[in-house]
Design a binder for this molecule. Structure first.
Ligand SMILES: [Zn+2]
Length: 340
């Protein structure tokens, strides 16, 4: 088995923990302050990380609220042997808290070995089964970690002080490399084009009063080729997406100006394959640009499709049209196309 410390990750673009959800796990019902103080302090001290904290003392939902009044009520019901009644609010609290554990990307737990904490342990073991990173602060110090926990979690995840917890989380967020990966997984942020790539993109654009010309690499068919994170993108499609925020992946981005080098968003519009073919033929450039679909990974018709349509001498236009979701007339155009 390879040592965990052999695993490294690449540098964070900004901070690896931004937008991650962290659950703040720890006793609430047998501690003087309801378990609020450490949660408040940690959120304040790590505010810059941009973590979305899931805090059971400040539930982001209006059910399963655990407050002193509720605890007094449940205590009274238990003393009166009314266990069914007493269990009702607790079942909701448990469900909400465990759901927050489900939703979280990682946990920070506070463990006071002198406080009985059934819920804390259930949450810890649930997160452990989910293979989440679980950072455990032990009030009595790491030296006193319960043996069972030592056999359950990676030992690097136990800490004696909150200062160490904060330093560890900052290390995870910002260090160029992360040693002791311990279950952390860093997926690309939800943005296809990160700020650095966006800046690089616009550096390659020369704006004229009309068209904005792409000065970077080009695909063989004349369309701009923007490389980002090892992938190639149609430059005009990127420009359109950066301005509109979203393109239906089934749609093409088409030029009103008929200039493939142009990335001026106001010269672009989104349309279907049908529009594309129509647009192409209405502009009389079917021979030259029929393969444009190939460079767009989302295109319905790839170069391979075009070749297949052209080499197919048995099926009718209509049969192929149904197969490729096009009209028989469009298939005819493709079959008669001159390129390749
Ligand atoms: Zn243009």
């Amino acid at each position: 088995m390879p040592a965990r410390s052999d695993i490294f990750t690449t540098s964070p673009a900004e901070n690896r923990l931004r937008y991650m959800r962290g659950y703040l796990c720890g006793a609430m019902d047998r501690v003087v302050d309801g378990g609020e103080a450490w949660r408040v302090a940690l959120q304040r001290d790590l505010a810059k990380l941009g973590v979305f904290w899931l805090d059971p003392t400040q539930k982001p939902i209006d059910i399963g609220i655990e407050d002193p009044e509720m605890r007094v009520k449940v205590g009274a019901l238990k003393r009166q042997d009314q266990f069914a009644e007493a269990s009702i609010p607790i079942k909701v609290i448990r469900a909400v808290d465990l759901r927050m554990v489900d939703h979280s990307d990682f946990l920070v737990a506070n463990l006071d070995l002198e406080v009985h904490a059934c819920g804390t342990y259930e949450e810890l073991f649930l997160a452990n089964r989910q293979k989440k990173p679980v950072i455990i602060h032990i009030e009595q110090g790491k030296q006193n970690v319960p043996n069972w926990l030592l056999g359950t979690f990676p030992h690097e995840m136990f800490f004696s002080t909150w200062g160490e917890v904060r330093e560890y989380l900052k290390h995870i967020a910002y260090s160029p490399t992360v040693k002791h990966l311990n279950r952390w997984m860093f997926f690309h942020p939800p943005f296809k084009f990160d700020p650095e790539s966006v800046a690089n993109f616009w550096l390659k654009v020369k704006k004229t009063p009309g068209c904005w010309l792409w000065n970077g690499r080009q695909f063989p068919n004349g369309y701009g080729n923007f490389r980002c994170r090892g992938k190639q993108h149609l430059a005009h499609r990127v420009a359109y997406e950066l301005v509109t925020g979203y393109i239906d992946p089934r749609l093409h981005v088409l030029h009103q100006c008929d200039n493939p080098q142009c990335v001026n968003p106001s010269h672009l519009f989104a349309g279907s394959q049908k529009n594309n073919i129509h647009d192409m033929f209405s502009k009389g450039r079917q021979g030259a640009r029929i393969q444009s679909g190939e460079s767009n990974s989302n295109a319905k018709l790839t170069l391979k499709d075009v070749k297949a349509i052209r080499s197919n001498t048995t099926d009718s236009h209509a049969v192929l049209g149904r197969k490729y979701d096009m009209s028989a007339v469009q298939i005819g155009h493709i079959r008669r196309g001159k390129s390749r």
